[in-house]
Design a protein around this ligand. Structure first.
Ligand SMILES: NC(=O)c1ccc[n+]([C@@H]2O[C@H](COP(=O)([O-])OP(=O)(O)OC[C@H]3O[C@@H](n4cnc5c(N)ncnc54)[C@H](OP(=O)(O)O)[C@@H]3O)[C@@H](O)[C@H]2O)c1
Length: 323
């Protein structure tokens, strides 16, 4: 099968297209013919091996040669203990543990997959499994009149988070680079900030801050919050995550605020609710660009260099836009 592989951490140039043997499913695994894969920041992190947690699979060299976490496709074969899927079924899921979506076939645990709704294209379905749980859990406490700020709001999870917070009746501020300000407004953000010229921890206070790319000090986050407010960090350098887990917990408690790292619960029961909201017309899926499999390096560069509005999709089989 064709796959986009890498053997060292680095920029998109370390990736190359190769013919490799197709994987075979283990007892509880499903072999998926990948039709579409969407790119997440976790792919960019896995490519570069930074932040440090992105190296858990391989300290010096990547242990998995094929990236690509969000997959949508058709079941090609199933292991002997798989009960929920049969060959031919259309499925989607976040294969974060095994990856492998930048290839014609990937194996995934049965537990990470769900049946794809017939009304979603494979491309649309591939945008949901990782971004939806982050957006849903990150905005769960948004409500009428609450001041919600989302940092990194123009990306994959952020685009859903803006819409969910607006749907909940919150006043939403979206933060991202200058090229994404109009886009965030189009999703419903009431206010927008360019992270390169404004420090959102000085523009509040906010009742809820969802930070997808946290890198400031705990004291800056405390300053951003109103009394009783909550800061949720989803990603960022390990140093920042550790500081939030330790100093942040204490500083939050002492000041009547909560400063926390959000441990995202992944899996079908955490992404299917957003798929239902998309099908009901409450939430829109924004795919900025679609690239063919051989152009995964270009797709990752486009995403990683700050151009993507919402999601970037890899059309692995040339039929990602079919339902
Ligand atoms: N905790 C967990 O279990 C878990 C699981 C999966 C993923 N994650 C994390 O979830 C996060 C969300 O990822 P995603 O896929 O939604 O990312 P994404 O699509 O890449 O979006 C991130 C957005 O943040 C912007 N950004 C970059 N640096 C920024 C800064 N300093 N200030 C404000 N915005 C900035 C990016 O813009 P530019 O284009 O300018 O860079 C981009 O628009 C990632 O941090 C990932 O590591 C966590």
């Amino acid at each position: 099968m064709r796959a986009v592989v890498y053997d060292e951490y680095g920029p998109p140039e370390v990736l190359r297209v190769e013919e490799v043997p197709a994987p075979s499913p283990g007892r509880n695994q499903v072999l998926v013919e990948v039709i579409a894969t969407s790119i997440n920041l976790s792919d960019w992190e896995g490519l570069h091996g930074t932040p440090f947690y992105a190296r858990f699979g391989g300290l010096r060299r990547p242990s998995r040669r094929v990236l690509g976490s969000d997959i949508a496709g058709r079941v090609a074969a199933v292991g002997p203990e798989v009960t929920r899927f049969r060959p031919g079924d259309a499925v989607y899921g976040d294969n974060l543990a095994l990856m492998g979506g930048f290839a014609q076939y990937a194996v995934a645990a049965e537990s990470v997959l769900a049946h794809k709704p017939a009304a979603l294209t494979f491309a649309e379905a591939s945008t949901l499994p990782q971004a939806a749980p982050i957006a849903l859990q990150g905005t769960a406490s948004a409500g009428p009149g609450r001041r919600v700020l989302i940092n990194g709001a123009g990306g994959g999870s952020g685009s859903f988070a803006i819409q969910l917070a607006k749907l909940a009746g919150a006043h939403v501020t979206g933060v991202d680079n200058a090229g994404k300000l109009d886009y965030m407004r189009s999703l419903g953000a009431d206010d927008v900030l360019d992270y390169r010229s404004e420090d959102y921890t000085r523009t509040g206070p906010y009742d809820l801050v969802l930070d997808l790319v946290a890198h400031r000090s705990v004291f800056a986050y405390r300053r951003a919050l109103a009394p009783g407010g909550r800061f949720l960090c989803v990603g960022g350098p390990v140093r920042t995550l550790l500081e939030i887990l330790t100093v942040g917990t204490v500083a939050g408690l002492l000041s009547g605020r909560r400063i926390q790292v959000m441990a995202v619960r992944l899996g079908p029961k955490h992404f299917e609710p957003l798929a239902r909201q998309c099908l009901a017309g409450e939430i829109d899926i924004h795919i900025d660009r679609t690239f063919p499999l051989d152009e995964v390096p270009e797709a990752l560069a486009f995403h990683g260099e700050g151009h993507a509005l919402g999601k970037v999709v890899v059309d692995v089989a040339g039929r990602a836009h079919e339902a």
